[in-house]
Design a binder for this molecule. Structure first.
Ligand code: ZN
Length: 220
């Protein structure tokens, strides 16, 4: 067989040590949130979210996708790694075989070029693709892509159904398992304003309990 395809810049730089930006984030959870022991938490900027929604909604007859670009960080106080998705790079899926997403050699070359030129110092923290009218899961082919091209334990797979307005993240788990049926949500990281812009209807905003208590105005 041919040598391994290079997708990532495969940076060896250490993660950025920085507390999680919880103050300017809203957490969205899935119905299987507690059943997935994800190795990272996911912060998704509103800028990147918007681009992702626009790209995945641009073709409803076939799947489209690309890579998620950003930073890998560690919150040393929490002893927890997290990624910050800051942008996307749409991929050119030139394989004509059918509806599913394929990373061809030309696609990989193009993605690497964009990463180096447009996003210096950033990494590929995962990938995304659409499932028009199919729902949110990883197919056997998707799992193959994750294992071969996004095998780092901190890389995630985002699946978006642009017709049903649903989406979810699939993550490597503690034991290096990838559950193709269970996904998690993410932290919506505000960079537009305070208002949430997330419209995926299979996820729910998590309102911390202390918020309600804060409004009671006093102790106990
Ligand atoms: Zn798929």
């Amino acid at each position: 067989m041919s040598s391994r395809v290079k997708l990532l810049d495969e940076t060896t730089e250490a993660p950025i040590d920085e507390p999680m930006p919880l103050d300017c984030s809203l957490k969205w959870i899935s119905s299987s949130e507690d059943k997935v022991n994800a190795l990272v938490d996911i912060f998704f900027t509103q800028t990147a979210y918007t681009k992702c929604v626009e790209h995945t909604a641009s073709h409803l007859d076939n799947e489209v996708g690309g890579v998620l670009v950003g930073e890998l960080r560690v919150d040393s106080q929490r002893n927890r790694s997290y990624i910050v998705i800051q942008d996307i790079i749409p991929a050119l899926f030139t394989a004509a075989s059918g509806t599913h997403v394929t990373f061809t050699h030309d696609t990989l070359v193009d993605l690497n070029k964009h990463l180096e030129n447009d996003h210096p110092g950033k990494r590929i923290v995962g990938w995304y693709h659409s499932h028009p009218r199919l729902g949110v899961f990883l197919s056997g082919h998707d799992v193959w892509i994750q294992k071969h091209l996004f095998s780092d334990s901190t890389q995630v797979a985002l699946v978006v159904d642009p017709e049903y307005d649903q989406a979810g993240f699939f993550c490597w788990q503690d034991d290096q398992v990838l559950d193709p049926a269970r996904y998690v949500g993410f932290y919506e990281l505000s960079d537009f304003g305070d208002e949430s812009i997330v419209e995926w209807n299979n996820l729910s905003p998590l309102v911390e309990e202390f918020s309600a208590q804060d409004n009671e105005g006093g102790e106990k």
